[in-house]
Design a binder for this molecule. Structure first.
Ligand code: SF4
Ligand code: SF4
Length: 355
C-alpha cells in the first residue's frame, strides 16, 4: 500500500485506491478494511509495473485476498468454527453429504421406505415425507443461529475498523453501500470490466455474479412468500406452478444455475497468479453448494408428482441444511464483510465531502 500510495496509477480502478489515498500510514484495521473493500477485479495486477517479474513482486489482489481470508477467520463466531475457513473444500463436501444422508436416514427410519419412493401427490405430499414440525422447527432454529453468527461477524469487523453504531443509522452509510452492492459497482474495473479469468477485460464475471446474487434473493423471497402463505394464510405446500412461491423460486433457481455454473467454468480457466492461496477451495465449495441446492430444488419442482419426489425432497432438504450450516464459515461471508467495507467507505466519502 505504501508503494501504491506513491504510485497511484490504479486510482480510477476501484474504491480501494481512493480509500488508500486518504491515509498516510496503514494500521492493521486499515488494511483489513481495504482488503474487504477489494472486489478482486484483478485490474491492478495486470496494470502494475511493479508486478512480477519486477523485483518488488507486487501482487495487490493476492495480498488483499489473503488478508481477507485472515479477517474472516479472525472475526468468525463462535470462534471454535474459525478453523473451517482453513478447510473450506472438505468442509463443504461434508456439509453437502452428511445432512443429506442424515435426512434420508431419518425419513427411512421414521417414515419407512415408502415415503421415499411412492407417489406422494396432493396437499399432504411434502409433509407425508418430512412432517411439518420437523421441517419448520429445525430450519427456524438454524436460520436464527446463522443470522446471529453473521451479525456478530459484521459487528466485530465494524468495531475493529473504527466504526460506530450511530454511523450505521445515518443515511450516509447504508444507502450508498446498498446502491454500490446492488450494482456490483467495483467489479466493473473502472468501466471496462475486470481482468477475469485472464488479462483480457470482460464484464462476464460481473453479470454471472448478478445472476447468483439476484437468484439467491429471488429464492429467499420465494421461501418468505411460501412461509407467509403457510403460516399466516394456512395454505399448505406444494403450490401450483403459477403461484408466487413457485414462479419466484423457479426464476431464482434458474438464475442460480446459470450464475454458479458460469462462475465455476470461469474459475476453471482463471489465471492463478493473482489468486489468494486457499481462496479457490472456498469459492468452489460455495458455488457447488448453491448449484446443488438450485438443481435439486428445480428437479423437485419438475418431478414432484412422480415416485421419486420423496427421495428428491430428502436430498434437497439435506443440501439446504448443509448450505445453511456453512453460510457463516465459507465464501458467503464475503457479502457481509464487503457490505460493511462499502458502508465504511461511504462514511469516509461523506466526511471528505463535508470538509
Ligand atoms: S498496483 Fe502497481 S501500478 Fe497500481 S498503484 Fe500500486 S504500484 Fe501503482
Ligand atoms: S483487484 Fe481490483 S478491486 Fe482489488 S484493489 Fe485491485 S483494482 Fe481494486
Amino acid at each position: 500500500m505504501t508503494v501504491c500510495n506513491a504510485c497511484r496509477y490504479c486510482e480510477g480502478f476501484c474504491a480501494v485506491f481512493p480509500a488508500m489515498e486518504r491515509r498516510l500510514t496503514f494500521s492493521d484495521p486499515d488494511l483489513k478494511y481495504l482488503a474487504n473493500l477489494c472486489h478482486n477485479c484483478r485490474g491492478c495486477y495486470y496494470a502494475c509495473q511493479y508486478a512480477p517479474p519486477h523485483e518488488f513482486a507486487l501482487n495487490v489482489p493476492k495480498a488483499l485476498g489473503e488478508l481477507r481470508l485472515e479477517t474472516w477467520r479472525e472475526f468468525a463466531w463462535p470462534r471454535f468454527f474459525r478453523g473451517l475457513f482453513r478447510h473450506g473444500g472438505p468442509t463443504v463436501w461434508l456439509a453437502a453429504a452428511v445432512p443429506a444422508a442424515i435426512v434420508l436416514l431419518l425419513v427411512l427410519v421414521f417414515q419407512g421406505p415408502g415415503a421415499l419412493i411412492h407417489l406422494q401427490a396432493g396437499r399432504a405430499g411434502f409433509y407425508g415425507v418430512i412432517p411439518y414440525k420437523l421441517m419448520v422447527v429445525p430450519f427456524s432454529g438454524l436460520g436464527l443461529l446463522v443470522l446471529a453468527a453473521l451479525l456478530v461477524e459484521f459487528a466485530r469487523f465494524w468495531r475493529e475498523t473504527g466504526g460506530r453504531l450511530a454511523e450505521l443509522a445515518g443515511p450516509g452509510a447504508l444507502l450508498p453501500a446498498i446502491w454500490d452492492a446492488l450494482r456490483l459497482k467495483y467489479l466493473d474495473g473502472g468501466g471496462h470490466g475486470c481482468n477475469y479469468p485472464d488479462d483480457r477485460f470482460s464484464h462476464n464475471r460481473r453479470w454471472l455474479h448478478h445472476f447468483v446474487f439476484y437468484g439467491f434473493l429471488l429464492c429467499f423471497l420465494s421461501t418468505t412468500v411460501a412461509a407467509i402463505l403457510e403460516h399466516l394464510l394456512g395454505r399448505r405446500a406444494p403450490y401450483r406452478f403459477l403461484s408466487w412461491p413457485v414462479v419466484l423460486g423457479t426464476m431464482g433457481g434458474l438464475s442460480l444455475l446459470v450464475g454458479t455454473g458460469g462462475l465455476l467454468y470461469l474459475k476453471g480457466k482463471m489465471d492463478p497468479r493473482p489468486a489468494a492461496s486457499g481462496a479457490s477451495e472456498l469459492d468452489v465449495g460455495f458455488l457447488v453448494m448453491l448449484f446443488l441446492t438450485s438443481l435439486t430444488g428445480l428437479l423437485l419442482l419438475i418431478l414432484r408428482q412422480t415416485p421419486v419426489m420423496g427421495l428428491l425432497l430428502a436430498v434437497h432438504v439435506g443440501i439446504v441444511a448443509g448450505l445453511f450450516i456453512t453460510l457463516p464459515y465459507g465464501k458467503f461471508v464475503h457479502a457481509v464483510y464487503r457490505f460493511a467495507a462499502l458502508a465504511r467507505n461511504a462514511v469516509e466519502r461523506s466526511r471528505e465531502e463535508d470538509h
